[in-house]
Design a binder for this molecule. Structure first.
Ligand SMILES: Cc1cc2nc3c(=O)[nH]c(=O)nc-3n(C[C@H](O)[C@H](O)[C@H](O)COP(=O)(O)OP(=O)(O)OC[C@H]3O[C@@H](n4cnc5c(N)ncnc54)[C@H](O)[C@@H]3O)c2cc1C
Length: 180
């Protein structure tokens, strides 16, 4: 036995790929979406996005890497549970210094006939940079409001700037300023 082990071509989830979504073992193969062992969750928007990256790399050579920053996910229960970015544990694992805004006190529950109900919120903000690290929301409008946090994380909008936003009222997004 030489001890040499062949390169593993796939994981349980799918094809093992490099940063350009190209198979690590067969360069002629690219993989996107659920069939790829990439760095993101198996979600429909991610599959479409990775398909675009693969197409670009196939046509013009490897020059695009997918950016998985700020991809929201939603558990479509009643009410929906939505998340984007880091969890508290994930942020701790990365030794980040962050503050947590948590609203699970019944007095702070936002209830509105037109804006929907937000029952529970947790938002993580990095202390030094003021960037939003993660947001977790439970409520009937969670799947909409989480998109605003995703936009902020992906575009690097600071928490202070978001807090200064003037949102249309009434709207589910207008609750955001109270979550920061
Ligand atoms: C129950 C369920 C609920 C979900 N809900 C959500 C949600 O709410 N939001 C969200 O973002 N994501 C959701 N997802 C995940 C989402 O559906 C997938 O991440 C997404 O469809 C992946 O797209 P894809 O193109 O990679 O694969 P697929 O959509 O699975 O497409 C692969 C296609 O390839 C075909 N195929 C397979 N083998 C072969 C073959 N040998 N030859 C030719 N064709 C083949 C299949 O028939 C299929 O049509 C859900 C998934 C499930 C199972």
């Amino acid at each position: 036995m030489s001890g040499h082990r062949p390169l593993k071509r796939w994981e349980k989830r799918g094809v093992r790929v490099n940063d350009f979504l190209q198979s690590v073992s067969i360069p002629a193969v690219f993989s996107a979406g659920d069939a790829a062992t990439s760095g993101s969750l198996p979600l429909a928007p991610v599959a479409s996005y990775e398909g675009q990256v693969v197409a670009a790399n196939l046509l013009k050579g490897n020059h695009q890497r997918p950016n998985y920053l700020g991809i929201p996910s939603v558990v479509f229960t009643v009410p929906p549970l939505a998340a984007v970015g880091l969890s508290e544990r994930g942020a701790c694992d990365q030794n980040l210094k962050f503050r947590v805004k948590k609203e699970d006190d019944l007095d702070l529950v936002f209830v509105s006939a037109t804006c929907g109900n937000i029952f529970w919120v947790k938002v993580l903000v990095e202390v030094d940079t003021d960037r939003i690290l993660g947001a977790h929301i439970l409520g009937s409008e969670a799947s909409e409001v989480i998109n605003l946090f995703a936009l902020a994380i992906r575009s690097g909008i600071r928490a202070t700037d978001l807090k200064r936003m003037l949102f249309a009222n009434p709207s589910s997004g207008s609750n955001m300023t109270r979550m920061l």
